[in-house]
Design a protein around this ligand. Sequence first.
Ligand code: KG4
Ligand code: ZN
Length: 337
Amino acid sequence: MLVLGLETSCDETGVALFDTERGLIGQALHSQVDLHAVYGGVVPEIASRDHIRALLPLIQGVLDEAGIERPDAIAYTAGPGLVGALMVGGGLACGLGLAWNRPVIPIHHMEGHLLAPMLEDDAPAFPFLALLVSGGHTLLVWVQTLGDYRVLGSTLDDAVGEAFDKTAKLLGLPYPGGPALAALATQGNDEACKLPRPMLHRDGFDFSFSGLKTAVMLQVREAESQRNLDAVRADIAASFQRAAVDTLVGRTLKAAKYERAERIVVAGGVGANTLLREELAAQFEGRVFYPRLEYCTDNGAMIAVAGALRLADARKPATIQAMARWSLDSLTPPQSE
Ligand code: KG4
Ligand code: ZN
């Protein structure tokens, strides 16, 4: 079976073709980063308009290159995300489904992220603990099996990617700030600034990053008032990254111990962070699985593979689903009608 996957929940237009026999056979990604960079963050209306421009040519290109006329099913991101952006992918998926007489499969964006390691030859077996870290989410999820998810903890305020982006902005780095901040951090001393490790000693598995963000802001203001921000920029970046990673690793290891996890999956854009990868690998006794870097950030392949695993959910394209909010807990294993 051939599944076409469409991702349009935020600022990347992703298209991919997954063959249940052969695996991934084609993909294309169009990033809107340059369009939003001038505004310092994603502008929803611009995102929707650009998905409209990019999506059809990307689909045509992926199908042509694979020599496929019609896939057997179309999976699309139905949420959570920017509703206008989601409606572009959902609308087109349903339109193509009607025209081609093919079913559609609505996919939860975060389920796509947590299933992205299934694209690799060395895929994790169920059950596993998933740390999902992106620009919009910070979640610790116990994944019993496909579609059986228990959210153990989430952020009480900012997502960790958002904290990276906001800190980068304070330091004068370009959007999206995560990769730029991580690069600058390699030149700094991560013990130079005293920063809090939020929630590390609290019960439960929730995260909070607003206190850390405020502490960084105070350090930046102090440096600005002393006119030496340039001299300490890398130290602040390194100290922030260390504090954020310590917090993520601390909470994750605690949850892994509680659930007696033998495997951890790290996915989402911040999963590309090298320090996070190194620390988890060094401190966790079991195995840590990551999607390759290009599948950590938003992409069509994770939606196509999620669709292939959820073929039983394929339905006639009767309604377009687009949900700004959608809890992972509410998902169920694939169900035939
Ligand atoms: O999963 P993703 O592509 O989009 C969302 O669904 O949000 O994640 C994007 C986030 C951004 O906040 C970006 O700054 C962050 O991932 N990011 C990183 C790194 N690469 C991307 N954060 C820290 N270190 C990185 N190397
Ligand atoms: Zn994402």
